[in-house]
Design a protein around this ligand. Structure first.
Ligand code: CDP
Length: 788
């Protein structure tokens, strides 16, 4: 996950420099926006100012009169090819362009095709659309009330705004545990809409080559193979067959889950290229990206936790409304409409749990995607970590002691959770104790007590999270039926150099480095001699892509398995060359030698050469292998974070004074990359805790639709992170590794929120929804009679 910087630094500056480089004039750009093809056309999109409105007229003549404008594409045009609606990854439907009405502010209304970007933008400004506003539904609770306007009138049998109901766990056992509990706590928790705001926006260059009847799409996607299949399934009827589609995902400047879905702009650009036979480029701008692309979170949660008087936790009960906007366009595994939210028992040995989620339609953009998290794990972690803290405070127990008492113990692994997951390994006590030592927990408690006497507001917050990553075992995990394995194909050339290709797609996580390291370790070929490639469906083996920290658990494992297949063949070739029995050979990285005669050996390079020049009779030539790895289980990385905050009574500002993060992702492949992942992740956890939110007014106007209101932290606001680690290998992963890319984003918000509530608990504050902004805290302090 690449660290985000401002678009000016990360986007424009880079592309301008690259365009001077002739390599990027051949359609082989580094970023999609760098791709330049002869005769390329440009697409720009007119968007709705209304959140819910009937379209009564689209006037195109003024736009068409602008020099350079070639066409204005409307929903009616796409309807001729049945391309005005498209399926979402959750088997719902979403408009490409509307025919009758718009459903959210900034929705695509018409597209302008022109010979330059400027003409396309002028064309968009000249498209005349007349609307008749319709009643707007913004609040999901109101959306479910009887008499609420039904939004999806396109679904003939739909009589309300309810999308689905999903529940998991043992309801009767959970209710029983609550009846028998000594203490219970209940809390409404809202986890607001946020946006990934990646360094590059979304875009594509679609090029339909009429001579070869082949469509190539350079595209900002985290899952190129799945996109190709979906495209073939959706557009097969207009002649786009899967073998005639090539998706290339070059550098995409951060994805964070936001580049998994298919957006209307991609489809319109492809349709325009197929119709004109010209390459068509569509790149959204920063505000379009924030306002119309998939959002994350937006969960309205009511959670209850039960315990005994001695502080033993017994049960968890959760009810949630999931606001999906006007279409469920999440990218969850098909079987789980609420993603992996049922990891919500977290790191605790809870005997009973029951969780219910209801999906709801509202007049907002569709989603929600897994923003740097494994399908709703952030929502789950935030809920359990807030609730555990609430219970500890309620029982007047130290939150650290309370956690240590209730953690799943190391000897309980593999551990079957009350909601059915089998945790592979963990040492939660070790991670929390390490974090407490590092931050000086006891001393901080003393300091806090003294400060409180002086009326100063200081808080200490803990989050001891467990994640669930590496989707996933094909028995339970698929997206639109495509099983969630992943792949590696490795070819060793005669001179011992190698090329390895993967079904995943790095967006800044450094796969090029870490995959080469895995192969180097397994084969003894220097990492510098291994070329790693991803993101081109014409060359890479099929895979489901990169999101949800799945690359190491799936494709990383596939790399090890493919390398081991190569080694097995290498052993046979070495035995032939050394005239020894296969069983008499011993492997050490880089060579096979004869047992007891170490001077008799063949290097992997010699073996590779022989594979093409002197292979045994009866054996196929060549040295290559492919592995499609279907993980037997998910991996369960974890960590303990401790945060110290000071609150300014005059302004309500929360200052994160210290933040210690101890992470455990099993065996680490590259410590520097893992540390980078944690640093970036912590910043992306700090952001929603204190700054970022997309909200709407009562008529569906977006707040937070530009970087003036949507506060992405810069280096100035970001705290100094103090990181450390423990190592508890995964017992089932071939390298003992677990995923790590998202741990910090998942774990950090609760540590900060818990610290703020801890600072204010003595004033009677029990909960504050994130983002905990200065106005929110200032108002609360005034309500409690606290002034500077
Ligand atoms: O799917 P994604 O690449 O986002 O997540 P990941 O599998 O957690 O990996 C993120 C980066 O950290 C990759 O470059 C991994 O190879 C690296 N990593 C590592 O070096 N050691 C681990 N135990 C886990 C990940």
């Amino acid at each position: 996950m690449a660290l985000r910087t401002s678009p000016e630094v990360g986007g424009m500056g880079h592309s301008i420099k690259r365009k001077e480089d002739p390599r990027f004039i051949r359609g082989k750009g580094t970023y999609v926006d760098d791709v330049q093809l002869p005769g390329m056309l440009y697409l720009d999109i007119a968007r709705s100012p209304f959140a819910h409105a009937k379209i009564t007229r689209i006037g195109t003549s003024k736009a068409l009169a602008i020099p350079g404008v070639l066409a204005v594409i409307t929903g009616q045009d796409l309807a001729k090819y049945n391309l005005h609606w498209m399926p979402t990854l959750m088997s719902d439907t979403q408009m490409v362009l509307p025919v009758e009405k718009v459903m959210y502010q900034a929705q695509e209304v018409a597209a302008v095709l022109a010979t330059s970007r400027y003409a396309a933008a002028d064309g968009v400004a000249a498209v005349e659309v007349e609307y008749e506003p319709l009643p707007v539904v913004v609040d999901p609770k109101k959306a479910l009330e009887p008499g609420a306007p039904v939004l999806r009138t396109d679904k003939k049998d739909k009589k309300d705004n309810h999308i689905w109901h999903w529940e998991w766990g043992d309801r009767a056992a959970t209710d029983r545990a609550f009846t028998q509990a000594d203490v219970t706590v209940k809390q409404d928790i809202y986890i607001p809409r946020i946006h990934v705001a990646s360094i590059e926006t979304c875009g594509c260059v679609a090029h339909f080559d009429k001579v070869n009847d082949k469509l190539t799409v350079w595209m900002t996607t985290q899952a190129p193979h799945a996109i190709r299949t979906v495209l073939a399934l959706v557009a097969g009827h207009v002649g786009l067959a899967e073998h005639k589609i090539r998706i290339i995902s070059p550098d995409i400047g951060g994805g964070f889950g936001g580049k998994v879905p298919v957006y209307p702009g991609y489809v319109i650009a492809i349709a325009a290229s197929v119709l004109t036979g010209k390459p068509v480029k569509w790149i959204e701008d920063r505000m379009e990206n924030l306002q119309a692309d998939s959002f994350a979170r937006d969960y309205h949660i009511t959670a209850e936790l039960a315990a005994k008087n001695d502080g033993t936790l017994t049960a968890l009960r959760i009810k949630t409304l999931a606001d999906h906007g006007y279409a469920d366009a999440a990218a969850n595994p098909s079987k789980f409409p609420a993603g992996l939210f049922h990891i919500c028992t977290g790191s605790y040995d809870l005997k009973a749990a029951h969780v219910e989620v209801d999906g709801v339609y509202t007049n907002k953009p569709p989603g929600g995607i897994a923003y740097r998290c494994s399908f709703r794990v952030t929502e789950a972690v935030h809920t359990i970590e807030r609730m555990v803290d609430l219970m500890a405070h309620q029982l007047a127990m130290d939150p650290a002691d309370f956690r240590l008492k209730n953690f799943i113990k190391p000897e309980q692994f593999p551990y079957k959770s009350a909601l059915g997951w089998e945790y592979d390994s963990g040492d939660y006590h070790g991670a929390l104790r390490k974090a407490m030592d590092k931050i000086g927990y006891t001393e901080l408690k003393r300091e806090q007590a003294e400060k409180r006497k002086r009326g100063e507001l200081m808080g200490i917050g803990i989050s001891s999270f467990t994640e669930i990553v590496g989707a996933g075992p094909s028995k339970h995990f698929d997206i639109l039926g495509l099983k969630m394995f992943d792949s590696c194909e490795i070819r060793i050339h005669p001179t011992g150099k190698a090329i390895a290709r993967f079904g995943t797609k790095s967006q800044g996580q450094g796969h090029e480095t870490t995959y080469a390291q895995i192969l180097a370790e397994e084969l003894g070929i220097p990492a510098a001699d291994i070329q790693v490639e991803e993101g081109d469906t014409d060359t890479a083996p099929y895979g489901l892509g990169t999101y949800a920290s799945r690359s190491t658990p799936t494709a990383g494992a596939a790399a090890a398995m493919a390398a081991r297949k190569v080694r097995d063949k290498g052993r046979k070739i070495a035995a032939h060359l050394l005239e020894a029995a296969e069983n008499d050979l011993v492997w050490e990285p880089g060579k096979f030698s004869v047992k007891g005669a170490p001077a008799k050996f063949k290097t992997i390079q010699e073996i590779a050469f022989a594979a093409y020049t002197n292979h045994p009779q009866g054996m196929e030539a060549g040295l290559e292998a492919v592995s499609y790895y279907d993980p037997p289980n998910l991996t369960y990385p974890f960590g303990s974070y401790v945060c110290v905050v000071d609150i300014d009574k005059g302004t309500g500002e929360v200052k994160v004074r210290r933040f210690v993060a101890v992470d455990d992702c099993g065996n680490i492949i590259n410590p520097m990359i893992v540390e980078g992942q944690i640093h970036g992740g912590l910043t992306m956890g700090f952001a929603p805790a204190l700054l970022e939110e997309i909200s709407y007014d009562e008529i569906g106007n977006i707040r937070g639709g530009s970087f003036i209101d949507y506060l992405v932290p810069t280096a100035v606001e970001t705290p100094k992170w103090e990181t450390d680690k423990t190592c508890t290998p995964s017992p089932h992963h071939p390298l003992g590794a677990k995923g790590v890319g998202e741990s910090a984003t998942v774990g950090a918000p609760a540590a900060i929120a818990n610290a703020v509530v801890d600072a204010l608990w003595h004033l009677g504050v029990r909960h504050i929804d994130i983002p905990i902004t200065p106005p929110k805290v200032w108002k609360l302090l005034r309500e409690k009679g606290i002034t500077e």
